[in-house]
Design a protein around this ligand. Structure first.
Ligand code: ZN
Length: 95
């Protein structure tokens, strides 16, 4: 199986990241994923990442266990400057 990598362009979150949207263009969400779907994809070897608007640098997004015990997603803390997944705008319905 060929591994895929998906650029995250938007995020729906409450206390945790609930859903992320991916797409080739930062302003356009092509596909909406539940966090649980993203965990499964990452376990399968696929990658999700964000892109810094200022530098173009990428940061991997990884499963993360919150202090409350819930599984959620976060950006790799070693890579984040202004490309943290939680700072992305909310998703609109894919069109
Ligand atoms: Zn929590």
């Amino acid at each position: 199986m060929t591994h895929q990598s998906y650029r995250i362009v938007c995020v729906n979150r409450d206390h945790h990241v609930e859903e992320v949207g991916t797409g080739a263009e930062p302003s356009h969400c092509e596909r909406l994923w539940k966090a649980t779907e993203v965990f499964a994809e990452i376990i399968d070897g696929n990658q999700f990442y964000t892109v810094s608007p200022s530098t173009g640098g990428t940061a991997a997004v990884e499963p993360f266990r919150c202090s409350c015990g819930a599984m959620t997603l976060r950006s790799d803390p070693n890579e984040v400057s202004d490309n943290n997944v939680v700072d992305l705008p909310p998703c609109t319905k894919p069109s």
